[in-house]
Design a protein around this ligand. Sequence first.
Ligand code: GRG
Length: 298
Amino acid sequence: MKKKTPGTNQSFPEPENILKHLTVQKFLRQFDSFLKKHVENFYHPGFKGQKLLWEAMRYSLFSGGKYFRPILVFATAQLVSIKSRLILPWAAAIEMIHTASLIHDDLPCMDNSLYRRGKTTCHRKFGEDIALLAGDCLWIEAFRLLSLDKRKDNTKIWPPILCQAAGFNGLMGGQALDLKIPRRPNESYYKKMHSLKTGALIVACMEGVVALKKTHTQRIQKIRKAAPLIGQAFQLADDLQDAGEKEMANFVNTLGRKKALKHLQKLSNNALELIDFDTKKSNFLKELIIFNQNRIST
Ligand code: GRG
C-alpha cells in the first residue's frame, strides 16, 4: 500500500507495521539469538554477585525495547548491499551501549526513574550498586564483542566509531548537557544536546555499516548526510511523545508543539529525499523514517 508523506510530493510505502516484513522478522530472530548467545557466555554459576550482575544485564537488555537501532543498522545494510549476518556484532554492540545508557540514565543520581519500558527499573529491581555495574559491564562487553569479530578490518573500523558515539562527543557529553541544562535553554542548546545524547548513536548505527564499504561514492555521502537528520528526528519524536505525558523541559515544551512538529516533518523529508535512490533497497530505510515520524499523532 502506498501513502503520500505529509509535506512531500513523494510516495513511499505505507509503514503500518515495520515488523511485517519477513526480512526484518528474520533479521530480528538472528539478532535476538546472536545477542542472547553472547550474553549467555558470561554466565558463571555459583557466585551470587556475578549471577546477579548477569541477571541485571539480561533483565535490561531483553526488556522489550523497540530495537530501533538494530533495525536501522539492518536497513542501512540493505541499502548498501551488505549481508545481515555480517553486521550482527555491530547491531548487538550498539544495543548493548544503548541499554547501558538507559540503566545509567534511570539511576537515582540521574533521572531517578521508577519504570523503564513499562517495567521496574534495573536499580529498583537489583539495587543501585548492581545496576551501576550492569551498565558499566554492558558497555565494556560491547567493545569486547567487536574485538572478537573474525574480520580483522572490522575490529579496527568499529571501535573508534562507537567510542565517538558513546563518549565526550556523544552520549556521555550529551547527558552532561542534559544534567546541567540552563533554566531557559535556546533552540541551539537543544540541538546540540540532542545531536550528542541521541543523534550520535543513531549516526553510528549507519556509519558502522557504510564504513565497511570503504568507498566514498555519492550515494554513501548522501547516506552520511541523512544520518544526523534521522538522529534529530528520532529525539524530536521522543520529545513530542513525552511532552504530553511529563512536565519537563524539552524542545517541545520550550518551543511549542507546532514548531516541533514542523521541524520533525522537515528533518524526515530531508532525510527521505537524500536516500531516495531509485532502488528497492532504500524502501525499508524510508519506511523506518516514516515510522518514526508517525509515532506522533498530530
Ligand atoms: C553508560 C554508554 C553509557 C552512557 C552514560 C546516562 C548516559 C551516559 C546517557 C543517557 C543518554 C540517553 C538516556 C539518551 C536518550 C536516548 C533515547 C531517545 C532513548 C529512548 O530510545 P528508544 O525509544 O528506547 O529506542 P527503547 O526502550 O525502545 O530501546
